[in-house]
Design a protein around this ligand. Sequence first.
Ligand code: COA
Length: 281
Amino acid sequence: MSGGEWQVERLAREGGAVERWTILGEARRNSLTMAMLAGLRDLAARAAGDRALRVVVLTGAGDRAFCAGADLKERARMGDGDVASFHRALREALGALEALPQPVVAALNGAALGGGLELALACDLRVAAEGVEVGLPEVGLGIIPGGGGTARLPRLVGLGRAKELVLTGRRVGSAEALAIGLVTQVAPAARLQEAALALADRLARNAPISLRQAKRALDGGFDLPLEGPAVPGVSALGPSGKKADYCNYATKPGAGEIELSAPGGWSRDGSGRRPTAPRRT
Ligand code: COA
C-alpha cells in the first residue's frame, strides 16, 4: 500500500502484525513537506484505532537520509503564514505519532537532521545504521528546533547533553549517538531493516495490552513524583483492577474492543490459547 509520500507495508510477523512506514522522498532526502506531514497524521489516526497492529517501524527510502528536516525548497516558496502552518502541522503530526498506543521503532537508514531527528525523537526506540549522522543544526541556520526537539531531546539524553547538542548544532555519529542513549542500537547498514524488524518482533511477542499500557505508563509517568497516585488511567493490575488482567486479555483482529480470552494466558492470535514458551533473545 502506498499513499502520497508514504509507503505502508503490513507485515504478518510471528508475534503479530507489524507495519513499516517508509518516507518516499529519496531525491529530496526524505525531507518534510506539508503533504508528508498530513499523510503521517492520517496514518497515525488509522493506526490508533487498529487493535491488531502491534508495532510500527518508521524509516526513510534509500540510504542517504532518514529525513533531512524541513523541505527547504518547499520552505523557499512559503510566506510567513505558511511557515507557521508548517510548524503547527509538524507538531501535530509528531504529537499524533508519539501518542500512538503501539510502540514505534525508528530505523535510521541515513542522516536524521533538524525536523528529521525530531521525527525520530517522537518514536519510542531508535535503531541506526552504522555511520549515520544525527543532529539539530537549526541554530546555525537562524532558527531553532520547532517540532518538539528541545523538549524531547533532554528527556532522552539529559538537559546538559541536550544543551551542548542544540546550542552547538553539531552532528553526532552513530557510535556517539549510541553512547549517549540517543539511539538504542546500531546495526551494519545492510542489516538495518532486519535489525529493526527483529526488535519489532521482540516487542510484538509480548502481551499486547501490557505492551500498550507499559508504553502509556512510561510516557505518562516519566516526570511524575515517585510517591503519590499512579499514572492516570493506567493500573498495574489491568483494566478491571483484577490480578493479571493484562495476561488474560487478548486483542482480537477485527474486534472493536478488547475481549477476555480463556483464563490462564493471553494469545497472540486471539484464539485464547496459551502461547508457547516465550523466546528469550
Ligand atoms: N530540503 C530539500 N531538499 C533537500 C534537503 C532538504 N532539507 N536536504 C537535501 N536536499 C536535496 C538537495 O538539495 C539535493 O537536491 P538536488 O539533487 O536537486 O540538488 C538532494 O537532496 C541531495 O542533497 P545532497 O546534499 O547532495 O545529499 P547527500 O546524500 O550528500 O547528503 C544530507 C544528505 C541530508 C546529509 C545533506 O543533504 C544535508 O546535510 N542536508 C541539510 C539538512 C539540514 O540541515 N536540515 C536541517 C533543516 S532545519
